[in-house]
Design a protein around this ligand. Sequence first.
Ligand code: NAD
Length: 500
Amino acid sequence: MTTELSHFINGQLVKGTSGRFADVFNPATGEVQAKVPLASTQELDDAIASAAAAQPKWASFNPQKRARVMMAAVQLINRDMEKLAEALSREHGKTIPDAKGDIQRGLEVIEYCIGTPQMLKGEFTDSAGPGIDMYSMKQALGVVAGITPFNFPAMIPLWKIGPALSCGNAMIMKPSERAPSVPLMLAEIFKEAGLPDGILQVINGDKEAVDGILDNDTVQAVGFVGSTPIAEYIYSRGCANGKRVQCFGGAKNHMIIMPDADMDKAADALIGAGYGAAGERCMAISVAVPVGDETADRLIEKLIPRIEKLKVGPYTAGNDVDYGPVVTAAAKRNILGLVESGIEQGAELVIDGRDFNLQGYEDGFFVGPHLFDRVTPDMDIYKKEIFGPVLSTVRAGSYEEAIGLAMDHEYGNGTAIFTRDGDAARDFAHRINVGMVGINVPIPVPLAYHTFGGWKKSGFGDLNQHGPDAFKFYTRTKTVTSRWPSGIKQGGEFNFKAME
Ligand code: NAD
């Protein structure tokens, strides 16, 4: 039976009234398991209005009180870890350990938000002039919105909800219509943790809801994560409407393998970073750049048996599975179409996953692992984000050529170098024009107390996600200059007459 999902408005799960729905699939079986309501502009505007009504009281709480809600939410998310992971895997397709990692990385940002009182402390200058003090405070923006992608249905909503709410804002969370259940479950958890009604509204929807957010004057800021074309659209329309906007887009992450690298470690790293979560990670490595033909040959030789051992299957198969299906049939078609283009444009398909078939799951959206060698920068498989289990190898003649490739690519989310040479590693970290860099670390996702964000076409706006930047993004600074020239204290003596 197909479940009808809800929105979460004013502390309650409520059915949609627009009459429009999207199918939510179980990617392992290909079945429609739920219908998610797609909000109308009216439903959205009503939810924004009630968030705006609830927000001032929430912002007036002392920050420690808001931090206590975060503390309670951490306990409850841990309590519900298994349930959340199962729901996440069922809609997304990723394995249970991957789903738990998704939740855990979000949880760490909520843990960081327990330090909100410290993060919101202002600045004070004593005696900036005669009788004058100056102080700055960080105040909530009001109602803010988060628009998130399908591939991290827990982590990315939590990256937005935690800091936005801790700063005293109310949030409209518009999750991906392809994986909406976990954000709804998280909203219920925050309510149980003591969050007042109306402060977190989960509004499911598509372009209509997104445009409604961008055009609603009450919404002060928008944080988006998703593909680059939508990031650019949201950034320009949101900014044109006078909002504070940060958008994080797609990626094409290069890993450079130097001749002196530990080749076994580099190959192991590429297996996890290239094929984990079926390649549906913005920090996945999709391009391997071995330096020198000999390095390339050694690398390919190490990769082949490892890729052949990869087990692809449904999350219900437990630890026997390395990665699951991709999210929809359309995503599968797109990946296989790009694989065909790679072959047509002359790349060498070393491992061909096109005919992958899983008995009993013939209608699931599974894609076998692919490995390309001799990919060149003019090919579509190099230029475009594939977002699937397809690793491309571009052979570079020198370190300069390798770093040049990563620097010239339009995306700049993450990158890595594998080497034993400290000079090369240091030069790479210093020169590369990419936001997150790994040295012998393939997926360099910064921890909660640092910030996460890409450069070039992977990030729009000037502040990153989580860490100290999030507290800047979700507050605005007010600076007060105050003079008390009352003459109360003159020449070191109190003038009691002036106090009368
Ligand atoms: P997407 O761009 O299709 O969707 C993201 C959000 O935008 C969803 O909530 C969706 O409903 C909304 N949306 C989609 N089309 C829209 C339209 N025409 N107008 C207005 N809103 C629209 O992205 P996705 O497929 O869900 O996620 C995968 C993408 O996200 C990949 O490109 C991946 O690299 C990227 N991503 C980036 C990061 C990062 O931090 N840079 C993190 C995770 C994912």
